[in-house]
Design a protein around this ligand. Structure first.
Ligand SMILES: [Zn+2]
Ligand SMILES: [Zn+2]
Length: 255
């Protein structure tokens, strides 16, 4: 393929990796969630057992799990009659306990060392039969605004997508950019979130990125799926502006 879909990692991320390596040599590893001492960086057995994987039955559109006996595909009450630009969304885990605390620390406390553990967790979503492990799909991370990326030090979605790309041998393309510095989505009600996201995303003006997404089956990667408004806005740009064949959303967790 003519274009290099594997974006070079930032020098900063590489230095952070080196720093983490040195720290691991000096200090024994501790569980990312509870801090108990373990052999290698990750989660201890107890925290691992506390993970809550998303299991069927779940909504065929947004991936929200549902208690009770349902056989065959169904749409949850949120998704019935709702038009979204993505095909469906799938999260590997519920955003509770260790997953919630790791995502928070990864995003807001620069715990870059958690990247590979989070990517391994996210990969479970790729094993959904509708994705089939990811072969034939292009990974596209949900972008952060430049200013937010500077504040955080890295884009958590890009870091997770890059780690998945390396282990699964899947192409990755940072095809989107975030044009508006939106205020934190968590503070807003649903209608405000949607307004906040109008025109927030655009295609990057890179011919290689545009070539890569035209006609592609895209796995949009993010850390967490909440209302789906961000994923919908990104998928809309990828399909209408970029000519992607389809967009599926895969996240570590869903709330
Ligand atoms: Zn633990
Ligand atoms: Zn749903």
């Amino acid at each position: 393929m003519a274009c290099n879909l594997f974006m070079p990692r930032t020098l900063k991320a590489t230095l952070q990796d080196l720093g983490t390596g040195v720290i691991n040599l000096l200090y024994p590893a501790s569980c990312f969630c509870c801090g108990s001492e373990i052999d290698k960086p990750g989660l201890c057995m107890q925290c691992r057992n506390a993970l809550q994987p998303v299991r069927a039955p779940f909504c065929s559109c947004c991936g929200s799990p549902c208690d009770g006996e349902i056989s065959g595909p169904f749409n949850c009450s949120n998704c019935s009659g709702r038009e979204v630009a993505f095909e469906f969304a799938i999260a590997a885990y519920l955003a509770s306990g260790p997953v919630r605390s790791m995502i928070h620390d990864f995003k807001y406390h620069r715990r870059i060392a958690m990247r590979d553990t989070l990517a391994r967790l996210a990969e479970n979503a790729l094993d959904d039969p509708r994705i089939g492990g990811g072969k034939g799909w292009l990974l596209v991370p949900v972008p952060l605004h430049r200013r937010r990326k500077r504040e955080r030090g890295y884009n958590q979605a890009t870091e997770i997508a890059a780690a998945i790309s390396r282990t699964r041998g899947l192409p990755m393309c940072q095809a989107l950019q975030r044009n508006r510095y939106t205020c934190s989505q968590t503070q807003l009600i649903r209608s405000e979130r949607l307004n906040n996201l109008l025109d927030a995303f655009a295609l990057r003006p890179s011919p290689a990125a545009r070539n890569a997404i035209a006609g592609a089956k895209i796995l949009l990667i993010d850390d967490i799926f909440t209302t789906g408004a961000t994923a919908d806005a990104c998928a809309r740009v990828l399909r209408t502006k970029g000519g992607a064949k389809m967009v599926v959303v895969a996240t570590v967790a869903r709330s």
